[in-house]
Design a protein around this ligand. Sequence first.
Ligand SMILES: N[C@@H](CCC(=O)N[C@@H](CS)C(=O)NCC(=O)O)C(=O)O
Length: 83
Amino acid sequence: MFSHQGSPFCKLAREALVELELPHLLHSCARGNPKRQEIFKKHGIFQAPYIEDPNTGVKMFESAEIIEYLRATYSLYPQYQNL
Ligand SMILES: N[C@@H](CCC(=O)N[C@@H](CS)C(=O)NCC(=O)O)C(=O)O
């Protein structure tokens, strides 16, 4: 996941990864970090959080969608995802 610490949206998405105990790489990309270019080149925009899931090929922005995707894909109890 591409993230930066000051972002409340990134914090929520990161929390979902941790809550589900999913091993992940966290690419820190605060303003000025050249890693932002990696996303910009692929999508023409930069926004964090952004994830790429190598298991499914999914690539996505938007914290709420990321959280929903992670829970639907990896939770053992997806029916309780809104608790
Ligand atoms: N609706 C988006 C908002 C994400 C967002 O606004 N991210 C900010 C950081 S808090 C961002 O990437 N801004 C562009 C930038 O930092 O250059 C979400 O929920 O993920």
